[in-house]
Design a protein around this ligand. Structure first.
Ligand code: GDP
Ligand code: IMO
Ligand code: MG
Length: 454
């Protein structure tokens, strides 16, 4: 069977931790979209792993697959695998031959376009990994795929077509000087070598066949979503999104496994008990703001909500896994979660970071929005309208800080009563059972109610 792990908010909900939690029963762990913009944390005992490309199952020695929906920077992949080997792991990673390849010119163009947009305060705040430009080339039918790296003649031909276009774009449209990252010969040499290593280590697969064969023989497959529903290119707050489909449908199109198989398995929505966002775009329940990212917010303000945001950021360690940027913080946004539940068809929820809110007198949620005098229960489709939504807040009595390790051991009833009320509310609103409650970053610091593979 399959279990799909999907971020229900804006990324960083703790997906890596949940993949690790349930990963023991999986035979293969598959990323279906995104690239090294992701930063997934797994904490096993005293060891913390931050993974950008290698699927989180590597910590448990599971075969990892990067599906055709991913964009792969071979340099970061090999660096990450080498770093994991140095730490004593033995990552077994297979790449879909249909996945697209990130080149240095994609990264350069990511930065160039963000810079150009910043003149009008329109930058997205991307991770700078070249994700958007690579997906542009994929959709524009001029991309280079992993399979092309294995055939030097094909690689050369594709680079000779595309690189001069990219160089002209950088130089003539944006007026930027270019270097080696736009040089066909240099790129060809470097990427041909990556192709050789991929071939030597027998790392490439037809992902659909590889996974289909395993599913047919009764193996368990876990799909590890990156990013989150509200930064999905189709279902998120466009244009403040990433360029792929983190939502559950992406698990089918991004791997070659049929929608029936994905939908016939479990789809677990990962929910952070509050909200964080890295980068630009609206956030109706935001507390305070982060200069440079929160629209219209230039310097650090003061006040009760700012202090609260700062408190939650520090308690939760809310700094970007990839970029180290401070994350914007807000109350849980329930219209956002209703949108996510409908788009993804969650069969279960994992609610993380319940420990981080402990000790507050009061915990609020945005229950609905007010927009031009109308009450909305889900997100409007345009970002302009979403940005004008005022949250109707609901207040919950806070819960005390307790020995969360003991709670994780004792089970659900040991969770403070007020936190259980909060969890019941979320579960009721989404009409979905809570499968797991995160009470700390470690594998053991989770209250498990259901194992989706059982
Ligand atoms: P991902 O991108 O969704 O995998 O999430 P990240 O790894 O970027 O960010 C989640 C952070 O929160 C990581 O540092 C995790 O170790 C940590 N974390 C996950 N679940 C919990 C939890 O329940 N409580 C606390 N305090 N931290 C958690
Ligand atoms: P994980 O998998 C949070 C955000 C960026 C930016 C926007 C577009 O760790 O949850 P991109 O580089 O993808 O073109 O940037 O998306 N973003 C993430 N935010 N978690 C992530 O991944 C993210 N990956 C991209 O901050 O706003
Ligand atoms: Mg992350």
């Amino acid at each position: 069977m399959t279990v799909t792990i999907v971020g229900s908010q804006l990324g960083d909900e703790g997906k890596g931790g949940v993949v690790d939690l349930y990963g023991d029963a999986a035979d293969v762990v598959v990323r279906y979209q995104g690239g090294d913009n992701a930063g997934h944390t797994v904490v096993e005992g005293d060891e913390e792993y931050k993974l950008s490309l290698v699927p989180s199952g590597a910590v448990r020695d599971k075969v990892g697959v990067l599906g055709n929906g991913c964009v792969v920077n071979p340099e970061t992949l090999f660096d990450e695998m080498d770093a994991l080997r140095e730490r004593g792991l033995d990552p077994d990673v297979r790449l879909a031959r249909r996945a697209h390849v990130i080149f240095p010119y994609h990264r350069a163009l990511d930065g160039i376009e963000e810079e150009a947009k910043s003149d009008s305060d329109a930058e997205v705040g991307t991770t700078g990994r070249g994700i958007g430009p690579t997906y542009e080339d994929k959709v524009g039918r001029r991309g280079v795929r992993v399979g092309d790296l294995l055939d030097p003649d094909v690689l050369r031909e594709k680079l000779e077509y595309v690189v001069p276009q990219k160089r002209a774009l950088a130089e003539e449209v944006y007026g930027v000087e270019t270097g080696e990252e736009f040089d066909v010969d240099a790129l060809y040499e470097q990427y041909r070598e990556y192709g050789e290593r991929l071939a030597e280590e027998d790392m490439t697969v037809d992902a659909g066949d590889f996974l289909g064969d395993r599913i047919d023989s009764g193996k368990n497959v876990m799909f590890e979503g990156a990013q989150g529903t509200v930064i999905d290119i189709d279902h998120g707050n466009y244009p403040y999104v990433t360029s792929s489909n983190p939502t559950a449908g992406g698990a089918a199109t991004g791997t070659g496994v049929s929608p029936g198989v994905v939908g016939g398995g479990e789809v677990i929505g990962i929910v952070k008990a509050y909200l964080t966002r890295v980068g630009s775009g609206p956030l109706p329940t935001e507390l305070g703001g982060v200069a440079g990212d929160t629209p219209g917010y230039d310097e650090q303000g003061e006040g009760e909500n700012e202090e609260l945001a700062e408190y939650i950021r520090e308690e939760g360690g809310e700094y970007g896994t990839v970029t180290g940027r401070p994350r914007r913080v807000g109350w849980l946004d329930v219209p956002m979660l209703r949108h996510a539940a409908r788009t993804n068809g969650f069969t279960g929820l994992a609610v993380n970071h319940v420990d981080v809110l402990a000790g507050l007198d009061e915990v609020k949620v945005g229950h609905s929005y007010d927009l031009d005098g109308e009450e909305l229960f889900t997100m409007p489709a345009t970002t302009e309208r979403w940005g004008r939504c005022e949250p109707n807040l609901r207040s919950f009595d806070g819960w005390e800080d307790v020995d969360w390790d003991a709670v994780a051991e004792q089970g659900y009833d040991a969770i403070p009563a007020n936190a259980r009320r909060y969890l019941d509310y979320v579960s009721d609103q989404l009409d979905t059972d809570v499968y797991a409650v995160g009470v700390g970053p470690g594998r053991e610091q989770t209250v498990v109610l259901e194992d989706p593979f059982e």
